[in-house]
Design a protein. Structure first.
Ligand code: NDP
Ligand code: OAA
Length: 311
């Protein structure tokens, strides 16, 4: 259904059967996604525009009008990167004009700030900063019945995996246990609200020191208190049927070369355990390098005319 809408829009706008992607954020995730789209890694998807606040040095290039999506055939993944500046837009209005789907990869505040307007404009919104949905009011606003507007909120699995099985099993009945244990390098877990002693303790952990549990509680609180670390907790809770009782433990591990997420799920059909050990993104070690490809995978599912999927 949505695919044919993109197809018709694209053809009507003279862009051919392409999916134009608008990006909010051009940091570790956004810049990788933008580069991959330019290289044609997702056949049928093109970069429409990129919106940032221009606060971060690496993303503070002067604003320029976004180029409209070109109707060219997508390159193969092996094609060399197109050396071009991001298709920078000045504001959300300009981004919406250049996009069929908008990807939020900019932080929980950005999802709060732009999410409602994206959906109201009839664009689908692929959210990465899923922890923002721990705010009940925002969740209700972004998930109002589709009849009220045509855009849909799509949740990117991001750094997690196994959510297909969790979603499927949760449809069979409420799970008895849903647990997430995330282990990261200590510096990535330091938060502005922590007292000086706690922050200093985390920063001073050295290889060989014992891991330190920095949080043990529910998914909503985890996502709120660790907005750059525990979006995955909110994602798991939603996949398990919007459960309030998902237990989350965040561990600072001085020896952690990889960011580890362990999902444990027990439901009426069985028990599952998924463990992901992700390389951190070199541009932002708090973010797993898997997240940008996860966005690309989600976008690939939205391209019109796709013949087969592992959905
Ligand atoms: N679901 C998951 O598995 C994961 C989710 N995340 C989420 O993704 C977010 C982005 O991660 P990452 O790319 O590593 O972060 P970075 O800090 O590397 O990049 C953030 C980008 O967003 C831009 N930005 C920030 N606020 C706004 C805004 N209000 N409007 C427009 N642009 C904005 C920044 O530019 P500027 O400052 O110039 O505006 C920058 O380009 C994280 O904050 C986290 O919420 C991260 C990892 C995993
Ligand atoms: O990238 C990760 O491993 C997870 C993460 O930061 C988040 O969920 O916010």
């Amino acid at each position: 259904m949505f695919a044919s809408r993109y197809l018709e829009d694209g053809v009507a706008a003279g862009h051919g059967a392409v999916l134009r992607v608008g990006l909010i954020g051009h940091g570790a995730i956004g810049s990788s996604v933008a580069d991959a789209l330019r290289r044609g890694v997702v056949p049928g998807a093109v970069l429409g525009g990129v919106l940032t606040r221009g606060h971060t040095a690496a993303t503070a290039a002067p604003a320029a009008t976004a180029a409209p999506a070109a109707p060219t055939a997508p390159a193969t993944p092996a094609a060399p990167a197109a050396p071009s500046a991001p298709a920078r837009v000045r504001d959300l209005r300009e981004l919406l004009a250049s996009a069929d789907v908008v990807v939020e990869a900019a932080g929980q505040r950005a999802l709060r700030e732009h999410g409602p307007a994206v959906l109201a404009a009839g664009r689908d919104l692929l959210a990465v900063s899923v922890g923002a949905l721990a705010d009940e009011a925002l969740f209700r606003e972004l998930t109002r019945p589709a009849a009220a507007r045509s855009g849909r909120l799509l949740i990117c699995p991001g750094a997690l995996g196994g959510l297909d099985a969790v979603r499927a099993a949760a449809l069979a009945g409420p799970p008895a246990t849903v647990r997430l244990t995330s282990t990261k390098a200590p510096a990535s877990l330091v938060q502005p609200w922590m007292d000086g002693a706690t922050a200093d303790r985390l920063r001073s952990l050295r290889p060989g020191d014992e891991p330190v549990t920095v949080f043990d509680g529910d998914a909503r609180e985890a996502a709120t208190r660790f907005p750059r670390n525990a979006n995955v907790a909110a994602t798991l809770a939603l996949a398990a049927g919007d459960r309030a009782d998902v237990r989350v433990r965040l561990v600072a591990a001085p020896d952690a070369r990889l960011t580890r997420h362990v999902v444990e799920f027990a439901g009426p059909l069985g028990e599952y355990r998924f463990e992901l050990a992700n390389l951190p993104d070199p541009a932002n070690p708090a973010t797993s390098a898997l997240v940008a490809p996860a966005v690309l995978r989600s976008l690939a599912d939205l391209v019109p005319g796709v013949a087969w999927l592992v959905a």
